[in-house]
Design a protein around this ligand. Structure first.
Ligand code: SF4
Ligand code: SF4
Length: 423
C-alpha cells in the first residue's frame, strides 16, 4: 500500500498504487434541486453505448429515487454497512477546514482501501472492501420510483399541511442521477488482477481494456458506486467511458472543441455541468477562479462529492436537495452540506449567474465572465436579504471561443393566438 493525498478527506490514505495524476481531470456537477427524474440522460446513454446484446440490463447512467431506490438495489447502504461493521462508531469527520487540501475538514474513519486490510475474507485480503451484487439486485433499476419517506402519517381526505414546509420537509424523496465518477483513486482499477483498467493521463477518464479483461468481476465487487458492470455475451466487464470521443473534440457537432457527454447534453432539466479541470502535481485542483467547476466546488462550495468517505475521491459533485433532512445529506455528501444548502437557498449575485451555465451549450465551458446588469427583484429568504440582478453570463470553450451568452432572467416567449392548443 502507498500513502496518497485524498484532499476530499483532508488527509493521506492508503491506496494499492503510487499516486499518479492526469494533467486534466474529467469532472461534473449535478444540481439535484433541478432533477425531474425524466430519464432523458439514461436513454441518451443507453441509445449511444449500451444497446447491444448482453447489455440489456446495463445502465451506465441511471437515476434512482432516494432514500429507497438504488441500482443495484441498496448499493450505498450495503457499503456503508460494511464500513461501519469494520470500524464501529468511527466513521466520523473532524478537523479544521483548509483551502483545497481539506475543504470539508478531516475524515477520522476508514476508507474502503483501509478497511479492507482488517476485513479478511475466505479468499484472503482484498484491495478494497466491497461485495458482489446479486443478479436480482441489478434488475429493476428504478424500483421505488417516487416513493417518499415521512415521519408523520396524513389523515385520509385531508391535505397534510406540515409535509412540505422548509427548511426540511417531513415527507421527502429526491432523484439521484449517477454515472461513473472517474475517481482519482479508482477502486475498480485497484482491484483488477489483470491490470486491465487504466486512467487516461490526458483527462483522467477511467477505462477497461476489453482485450485484457477476463471478466473476473473484481471491479464490480470493489467499486463502491457499482458503476462497473458485467456483460455475459463477451464475458468482460464494461463501464461508462465518459463519452471520450466527445471530450476529445472528435464529435462533428463540436467543431473540434471538447464536448460534454451525451447524458449531460441531453439533460432537459439543465441540472448538469461537465468540465475538465487542471490539477496540481499533488492531485489538488489548480486555482482557476473563473472555471465554473472550480468556482462551484472550491469558491462557492455549493457542490459536494458523493460519499467522499468511501475514499476513491470521486469526480462527481452534487448540489444537495435543500428540502431533505440534513443527517441524511451529511451521510451522503459529508460535512459541507449545511453551508452548501444555506448558500444555494439564497444565492449571491455570482452564484446565481454561474447557475445559468448549466445545460446552455453542448461544448465544455472552460471559463466564464459576468457583465453586470440592473437589479430586477429583491425579497427576504428565511430572514436573509436576497437580491436578483439581471446579469449577463458569458462562457468560453477551450480555445477561447464564446459558446454561451445568456442572462439571469430567462426570456419569456408568448405564443401567438393561432397556435393555441397545438404542440
Ligand atoms: S465510480 Fe467505480 S467504476 Fe467509476 S472510476 Fe470510480 S471505482 Fe471505478
Ligand atoms: S435528464 Fe436531467 S432532469 Fe432528466 S432525469 Fe436525467 S439528470 Fe434528471
Amino acid at each position: 500500500m502507498s500513502n496518497v493525498l485524498n484532499w476530499q478527506l483532508g488527509r493521506e490514505m492508503d491506496y494499492p498504487y503510487e499516486a499518479a495524476y492526469p494533467d486534466h481531470q474529467f469532472a461534473f456537477v449535478f444540481n439535484i434541486n433541478r432533477c425531474i427524474g425524466c430519464q432523458s440522460c439514461t436513454m441518451a446513454c443507453k441509445s449511444t453505448w449500451t444497446f447491444g446484446k448482453g447489455q440489456e440490463y446495463m445502465w451506465w447512467n441511471n437515476v434512482e429515487t432516494k432514500p429507497y431506490g438504488g441500482y443495484p438495489h441498496h448499493w450505498d447502504v450495503k457499503t456503508l454497512d460494511l464500513l461501519e461493521r469494520s470500524h464501529p462508531g468511527g466513521q466520523t469527520w473532524g478537523g479544521k477546514t483548509e483551502d483545497r487540501k481539506g475543504p470539508y475538514g478531516q475524515f477520522n474513519g476508514k476508507t474502503i482501501f483501509e478497511a479492507a486490510q482488517t476485513h479478511v475474507g475466505p479468499e484472503g485480503a482484498n484491495r478494497a472492501l466491497g461485495y458482489l451484487p446479486t443478479d436480482e439486485e441489478w434488475s429493476a433499476p428504478n424500483r421505488y420510483e417516487d416513493h417518499p419517506v415521512g415521519s408523520e402519517k396524513g389523515v385520509k381526505g385531508q391535505y397534510f399541511k406540515g409535509g412540505e414546509s422548509l427548511p426540511t420537509h417531513k415527507t421527502w424523496f429526491f432523484y439521484l442521477a449517477r454515472i461513473c465518477n472517474h475517481c482519482s483513486y479508482p477502486a475498480c482499477l485497484a482491484a483488477c488482477p489483470r491490470n486491465a483498467i487504466y486512467k487516461r493521463p490526458e483527462d483522467g477518464i477511467v477505462l477497461i481494456d476489453q482485450e485484457r479483461c477476463r471478466g473476473y468481476r473484481k471491479c464490480l465487487e470493489a467499486c463502491p458506486y457499482k458503476k462497473s458492470l458485467y456483460r455475459g455475451t463477451t464475458r468482460t466487464s464494461e463501464k461508462c467511458i465518459g463519452c471520450y470521443p466527445r471530450v476529445e473534440g472528435r464529435d462533428s457537432q463540436g467543431g473540434g472543441r471538447p464536448m460534454q457527454t451525451r447524458c449531460m447534453a441531453a439533460c432537459i432539466g439543465h441540472i448538469r455541468l461537465q468540465g475538465l479541470v487542471e490539477l496540481n502535481p499533488d492531485g489538488t485542483w489548480k486555482e482557476n477562479r473563473y472555471n465554473p467547476l472550480y468556482y462551484l466546488i472550491h469558491v462557492a462550495k455549493v457542490a459536494l462529492p458523493l460519499y467522499p468517505q468511501f475514499g476513491t475521491e470521486p469526480n462527481g459533485y452534487y448540489l444537495p436537495p435543500r428540502w431533505v433532512p440534513r443527517p441524511y445529506l451529511q451521510q451522503m455528501f459529508g460535512p459541507g452540506v449545511d453551508a452548501a444548502v444555506e448558500k444555494y437557498s439564497a444565492p449571491d449575485r455570482e452564484l446565481l449567474a454561474v447557475m445559468q451555465l448549466f445545460g446552455k451549450d453542448h461544448r465544455i465551458c472552460f471559463r466564464y465572465e459576468i457583465k453586470e446588469g440592473p437589479k430586477v427583484f429583491e425579497t427576504e429568504v428565511r430572514g436573509k436579504k436576497f437580491e436578483m440582478y439581471n446579469d449577463t453570463i458569458l462562457g468560453y470553450a477551450k480555445d477561447g471561443t464564446k459558446v454561451i451568452e445568456t442572462t439571469v432572467e430567462e426570456p419569456l416567449h408568448v405564443r401567438p393566438d393561432q397556435h393555441a392548443n397545438s404542440i
